[in-house]
Design a binder for this molecule. Structure first.
Ligand code: ADP
Ligand code: MG
Length: 676
């Protein structure tokens, strides 16, 4: 094990692991660039690039036992190699005969790989693995497009990218395996689970499929323990801190609820009660309040704030944009009108006076971070958390106050229950599932282009009725290095201007400065703009009840939960929303299937689960910013392994073994940039 691993502060992984892949033989700058496309920058990344499967060259079938429509591996020698060049629409072929040790022969063919004629070892023993098909013209059994190996072994198949084959990746990885040294707290403290080193060696070069799967399980455990260690440590830091236990201000709450212009839903009542109980604890709590856009989270949070104010503590409520802060301050002022508490708006542009004496509620943007408070802060509410970085949240939570504030995080991005529980812990996730009944459900339709009749009819009708339209695109420019996406944001806006000359069309995106962005969003919110063509900055940026129609272009570029969040921006008024999802022409069939799921279900949690199952937690909005280790192999739904990992992590934190910090560094990801 490397010596300086445990140095405090900056922990770096062992020298070899931290080295750039560029320094490896045969990589070069072009290779490094391609590896970077797979997220591989260092040797560590390369070693942690797990095979997605293995081709089995160990289970052999004699030629005499071949059957059509099966995949087999046959050992033998090649002869009679013939190359037939491409002719018109007929593919180029390399054909040959494979004869096994019993002397039986089978035809072999490769299409469009004429280079094989130069590299296939004719006359030498080799193994071929592939499907046996019945040739349509000769009716002969033919081993078709087989892959090859020289020894009976399992060949790892990796996630690949243009210009990088599994063969090349294996050739890079194999020589590193022998020299591998790794910090391994689990292997050290739990010898029966096997070493991390052996598991990594085995997944990249297994002797049998059983070994490979067992090694993968060990790596899943490693990932889950890394995640649990990070979570438990965070929780320990928090719960060690004292916080005010807030007794619910029942009579005041009742009076305030009675004055509301609507009846609370049962879900809201339940949420208010759950949060009241959580806040009534003397150590710092962190709660996630999640519910789709429009489920009425604001009033729930405002009532939580009320008890804290009544108990004599200040409250800070942070939102991502100035415009939202203004809209929110207005609403919360009217919600709290029956009480004596003041609501101050604090943004970069405006600073209301904070109350000199007594507790008050301050609503604002990041500017809240630096606003001094005459009364200690008892509760921080973070609205739409995923637009805030970890560091910002910490800054708000760690004032110089003797007692730390409770934190209530609200999000409309549904996080699957398993993941939310893992991150926030039991009893800290409060979910609003029902919507206030007056709201109309949004319909979602999958179409091929915005010229689709249904889409055009909806746009025409909405604009004629004076309603507003969002057009959402994944990026400002076309994808780098290709014309995968039909148009740039500007071209799209131009197309709308042409089609609807009477409509005011504006664009908004992250390349405009924040003042300009605010101005344009404000113009849209105020009704001066009819069609807003924008990137996802509108995801949390505006509340426009008159916006009824949304067109999402290149829709497969978004996560499912994110699409759900986006369409939550419409249908907030009296008129039902209409959302159209348009995949780019390059979208794969699987991607279209996923979009169909979004069109067919209104359940954000179901979509988030689907995202989790098909893309992993790293792709869920919100979790990347959580700063927690990413799971590449393990599933949070794997209850038994998660339980084992939780226990192991607890033990590791109680008696930290040598190398723990260096091992954790293996799983740390660079903090992602937080979009403005
Ligand atoms: P969220 O923040 O969850 O997206 P909001 O709190 O902004 O949702 O509420 C959306 C709209 O629904 C607001 O106009 C709010 O006044 C209204 N609303 C909230 N709760 C109820 C309710 N129980 N009945 C009717 N309308 C409600
Ligand atoms: Mg809200």
């Amino acid at each position: 094990m490397g010596a300086p691993l445990e140095a405090t502060g900056q922990v770096s992984v062992a020298p070899l692991l931290g080295r750039s892949v560029r320094t490896l033989p045969r990589v070069g700058s072009k290779g490094a660039e391609r590896l970077a496309n797979l997220g591989i920058v260092t040797v560590r990344d390369l070693l942690f690039h797990w095979p997605r499967t293995w081709h089995d060259f160990t289970t052999l079938t004699p030629v005499s036992a071949l059957r059509a429509e099966t995949t087999v591996c046959v050992q033998g020698r090649l002869s009679e190699l013939v190359v037939t060049p491409r002719l018109g629409r007929r593919k180029a072929r390399v054909s040959a005969t494979l004869t096994d040790t019993h002397g039986d022969s089978v035809a072999v063919v490769w299409f469009n790989q004429t280079y094989l004629a130069r590299v296939l070892p004719v006359g030498e023993p080799l193994l071929l693995r592939g499907p046996v098909l019945s040739d349509w013209s000769t009716r002969q059994l033919t081993l078709t497009n087989p892959v090859r190996a020289l020894r009976p072994e399992l060949v790892p198949i990796y996630p690949e990218t243009a210009g990088l084959t599994s063969r090349f990746l294996a050739a890079l990885i194999q020589p590193l395996l022998a020299q591998l040294t790794l910090p391994d707290p689990i292997g050290t403290t739990q010898p029966e689970s096997g070493s991390l080193r052996a598991a990594i060696q085995t997944v990249h070069r297994p002797a049998s499929l059983t070994d490979a799967l067992k090694a993968r399980r060990r790596l899943e455990l490693d990932e889950l323990v890394a995640l649990q260690v990070a979570i438990q440590e965070r929780r320990r830091e928090r719960t060690g801190r004292h916080a005010p236990a807030i007794v619910p201000a029942v009579p005041l709450l009742q009076r305030t609820v009675q004055a509301l212009p609507f009846q609370l839903t049962d879900g809201q009542r339940r949420a208010i009660w759950q949060i009241a109980q959580i806040l009534n604890q003397a150590s710092v709590t962190e709660t996630l309040l999640q519910g789709d856009v429009g489920t009425g989270k604001t009033v729930v949070a405002a009532l939580a704030a009320l008890s804290v104010l009544e108990a004599g503590w200040a409250v800070r409520w942070m939102v991502p944009t100035q415009l939202l802060a203004q809209q929110l301050a207005e609403r919360v002022r009217s919600l709290l009108a029956p009480t004596s508490f003041s609501v101050a708006l604090i943004t970069g542009g405006t600073k209301d006076e904070l109350p000199q004496h007594g507790p008050g509620l301050a609503i604002g943007t990041q500017a809240l971070l630096t606003a001094p408070s005459s009364v200690p802060v008892g509760l921080v509410i973070v609205d739409e958390q995923h637009r805030f970085g970890v560091a910002q949240r910490e800054a708000l939570a760690q004032g110089k106050e003797a007692a730390g504030p409770h934190i209530l995080t609200m999000t409309a991005t549904p996080i699957p229950r398993s993941l939310a529980l893992t991150i926030f812990g039991d009893g800290a996730v409060v979910t609003l599932t029902e919507r206030p009944t007056h709201q109309q459900p949004t319909t979602t339709t999958l179409v091929d282009s915005w010229q689709d009749q249904r889409c055009q009819a909806a746009l025409t009708a909405a604009l004629a009725a004076g309603q507003q339209v969002f057009v959402v695109v994944p990026r400002i420019e076309q994808a780098a290095g290709g014309s995968l996406f039909a148009q740039t944001l500007a071209e799209r806006a131009q197309a709308y201007r042409q089609q609807f000359p009477a409509a005011q069309v504006a664009v908004c995106h992250g390349q405009l400065d924040s003042v300009e962005q605010e101005e344009r969003l404000r113009a849209f919110a105020g009704g001066d703009v009819d069609v807003l063509v924008a990137t996802t900055i509108i995801e949390v940026g505006v509340d426009v009840p008159n916006a009824t129609t949304m067109i999402i272009e290149d829709a497969e570029q978004f996560g499912l939960a994110q699409l759900h969040q986006l369409r939550g921006r419409i249908g907030r008024g009296a008129v039902a929303g209409q959302c159209f999802l348009i995949p780019s022409p390059a979208a794969l069939p699987e991607a279209r299937e996923r979009l169909k799921a979004v069109a067919e279900t209104a359940d954000g949690f179901a979509l988030a689960e689907l995202d989790l199952a098909t893309r992993g937690p790293g792709h869920l909005t919100g979790t990347a910013q959580s700063g927690l280790p990413e799971l590449k192999l393990a599933r949070l739904s794997d209850a038994a392994l998660v339980a084992q990992a939780r226990e192991l992590a607890g033990a590791l934190l109680v008696h930290p073994p040598r190398g723990l910090a260096a091992w954790r560094a293996l799983y740390q990801r660079a903090e992602e940039e937080v979009p403005e």
